[in-house]
Write a protein that binds this ligand. Structure first.
Ligand code: SF4
Length: 152
């Protein structure tokens, strides 16, 4: 991940990330996320979302918008963004993996062929932003929050 300096502009991922997430929502794939949040319990789900830098920057905006400056580990080993009420605290900013449902109850994982072009766009954005490819959710969001603490 690039090191920020006072002269280095803060990377802005918003336009492309929002376009990717909007394109995903427009796909005619039947899915039914009812925020059951089983997929947020990584040990139960057997899966931890991997985020590209653009996704992490966008998720970090959701964290800051909720008034937090860093992540606290969840006592059950679940996603640190899972709130005490059992809901995702950054639902509008949740990463691509959380939108493509590794939750079986919501319809299971999207077939890769239906989202391969969007994954390629995330990877292209990652490269443009100086990312290092997909990394586990908590670590990459923590890193973004500490490197760009005041990003709008
Ligand atoms: S970011 Fe939100 S939807 Fe994704 S695993 Fe964490 S709590 Fe669940």
């Amino acid at each position: 991940m690039p090191r920020p300096s006072s002269r280095q502009p803060v990377p802005d991922e918003r336009e492309e990330i929002r376009a990717i997430y909007a394109a995903l929502e427009a796909r005619p794939l039947p899915r039914d996320c009812q925020m059951r949040t089983r997929c947020c319990h990584f040990r139960l789900a057997g899966h931890t979302p991997m985020l590209t830098l653009g996704e992490a920057l966008y998720a970090a905006r959701g964290v800051r918008a909720s008034g937090r400056k860093n992540l606290k580990p969840h006592p059950d080993g679940a996603c640190p963004l899972l709130g005490q009420d059992g809901r995702c605290t950054i639902y509008q900013h949740r990463p691509f993996g959380c939108r493509t449902h590794f939750c079986q109850a919501a319809g299971g994982m999207y077939p890769r062929k239906h989202v391969a072009d969007l994954i390629q766009r995330l990877e292209a954005l990652d490269e443009k932003l100086g990312g290092e490819g997909g990394r586990p959710l908590a670590g990459i969001i923590e890193e973004v929050l500490s490197k760009w603490p005041k990003k709008s």
